[in-house]
Design a protein around this ligand. Structure first.
Ligand SMILES: O=C(CO)[C@@H](O)[C@H](O)CF
Length: 533
């Protein structure tokens, strides 16, 4: 009797800001296993906070690339110990925090090709990076390079028309320009530049992986219509930069078989395929199976709001990225830097470091918070570019403090009023039938989602797990094997569990927050003038 063929598995990894995660699904899209490595607590030798180092200038933010390498060693050892038979993995894909950059030292490709399965990656890649502290998305130190790029491209709006965004400090092209100008020897010693996503794919491939169209869109370097590097941007950033970046590829690309290192060390099958990795937000769009008309709110280290769009409408605020699951479509995104780290600070200061107490404060305070409004920009915010904590009472008078429970609600209402205000400014309207799909760590807190539903005056749905980035990557691994035959992503994942209704708006929500939104917009202008003057 023929031996039973083992059920195929598909893995999705996420190299995010605070942790490395993995999720396994079977061919019926059932989630079989999840695991993670928390950078701060499990790799304390790197002394990160929230997975990053905020430098003394308060603007430069980096993460040690070797921390990501060591995290992969730890995570795969964990996977091996759980008894998951990795020889059944048919394909894997993944994501990385967007915009972050990895600089491979000259000669690193040879090391990648000849990894010794008797040693871990950390030991073997010690000398493979010309830059040890990788710039990440929280960095806001490349303003000069942003101005230079915008001038070269013909202005901010022209640059947005070409690349989908005006120049942003965290975008990789500006980070590359800054590194080349400030650390020329290290730049000279670089033979390849990856994003965090393609760096991770390179480890699994045993060779340099292409950057996918979707994550390339977060660099201020890709022409989002031709999906090729924009010459005008490359020339303004660094000479022959296309040689260091490689050619971008469709997000559905099968990059090749897994490196023999993982076959011999962890028992992967040599036929396991590596599907192009992408950015964490594009992967999340895939994991939530976002469709036109939905609006996604991801509550993670950064909060993001994103939508599926067919035609790019670049603007001076927000971003347009190539869509990760449908090659001719796009996704629009707004990023808010002060997300979970700010929620955790307020939880610690106003709720005794307890999410239960935090939730109780939301239940004990009323919609609209008796007119109290707060802006909590612990670090320089991206949307809008403002900083500091600013509290206002019902008469728009600045106040220096609020009671703990009122402060909790002021934070959560303020964050969601901002998400809604900037999404509507970009022309996205919350209409009857709009579904708000929530994901990210905070989406497991029902009381936070109730405030989200009230502020947006729309029902909030969530998938069973807050980890849509890994789920999206596992889905993309499965789809990648079929994409060449023309099967659509949605066909492949049509039987996935549907998002569940978690919160519906309170009957008075529209009346309260339509009015409050106008006040919020006025006060935001005041805050911008105060912090930009
Ligand atoms: O900068 C961002 C998006 O543009 C953030 O959401 C990062 O992707 C978080 F990792």
């Amino acid at each position: 009797m023929a031996a039973a063929v083992p059920p195929p598995l598909y893995l999705g990894f996420d190299f995010s800001t605070q942790q490395l995660k993995v999720l396994a699904i079977d061919e019926n899209l059932n989630v079989l296993h999840q695991d993670n490595v928390q950078f701060d607590s499990e790799l304390p030798e790197f002394r990160t906070q929230g997975g990053v180092h905020i430098h003394s200038d308060g603007l430069t933010v980096t993460s040690p690339v070797m921390m990501w390498v060591k995290a992969l060693d730890l995570l795969l050892d964990k996977l091996k110990r759980t008894g998951l038979d990795l020889s059944h993995v048919r394909a894997l894909s993944g994501s990385g925090q967007q915009h972050g950059s990895v600089f491979w030292r000259r000669g690193a490709s040879e090391t990648l090709k000849q990894l010794n399965p008797d040693k871990d990656l950390f030991q073997q890649l010690q000398d493979s990076f010309s830059v040890a502290d990788s710039p990440v998305w929280m960095d806001s130190s490349s303003s000069m390079q942003c101005q230079d790029l915008q001038a070269a491209a013909g202005g901010a709006l022209r640059l947005a028309e070409i690349t989908g965004s005006r120049a942003y400090e965290r975008f990789t092209g500006n980070q590359i320009a800054k590194l080349r100008q400030s650390r020329p020897e290290q730049y000279q010693d670089t033979e390849r530049i990856s994003l965090v996503s393609s760096f991770a794919a390179s480890l699994f491939l045993g060779g340099y992986a292409a950057i996918d169209f979707s994550d390339s869109s977060g660099m201020n370097l890709l022409d989002i219509r031709t999906r090729t590097w924009a010459e005008i941007c490359l020339e303004a950033t660094a000479p022959d930069l296309d040689q260091l970046l490689g050619t971008p590829l469709p997000s559905t690309s099968v990059l090749g078989p897994i490196s023999s290192y993982f076959v011999h060390r962890y028992g992967f099958c040599e036929s396991c395929r590596v599907v192009a990795f992408t950015g964490d937000n594009p992967a999340s769009l895939a994991g939530m199976r976002l469709q036109q008309g939905d609006i996604a709110v991801s509550l993670g280290t950064s909060d993001t709001v994103f939508l599926w769009i067919q035609q790019p409408r670049p603007a001076l605020e927000g971003h347009i990225f190539c869509n990760p699951v449908e090659q001719q479509a796009y996704m629009a995104l707004l990023c808010f830097k002060n997300g979970s780290l700010t929620r955790e600070r307020i939880r610690n200061q106003c709720a005794g470091a307890s999410w239960e107490v935090f939730s109780g404060a939301l239940r004990n305070t009323s919609l609209g918070n008796n007119g109290n409004i707060g802006f909590y920009f612990d670090t320089m915010e991206i949307t809008p570019p403002a900083v500091g904590v600013h509290r206002f009472d019902r008469d728009d008078n600045k106040v220096s403090s609020l009671s703990p429970e009122v402060e909790v609600r002021a934070l959560v209402e303020g964050q969601f009023l901002s998400r809604r205000l900037h999404a509507e400014r970009l022309g996205y309207s919350i209409i009857p039938g709009t579904r708000v799909l929530a994901t990210g760590g905070a989406s497991s807190n029902r009381d936070i989602l109730q405030v989200l539903s009230d502020v947006f005056n729309a029902p909030v749905y969530a998938i069973d797990l807050s980890n849509s980035t890994c789920l999206g990557s596992a889905y993309r691994a499965l789809h990648g094997l079929a994409a060449e035959s023309g099967v659509s992503f949605f066909d492949v994942v049509k039987n996935a569990p549907k998002p569940k209704l978690v919160a519906s708006p309170h009957p008075t929500a529209a009346q309260v927050y339509d009015h409050m939104l106008k006040r919020y917009a006025r006060l935001e202008e005041r805050v911008l003038q105060e912090t930009c003057s």
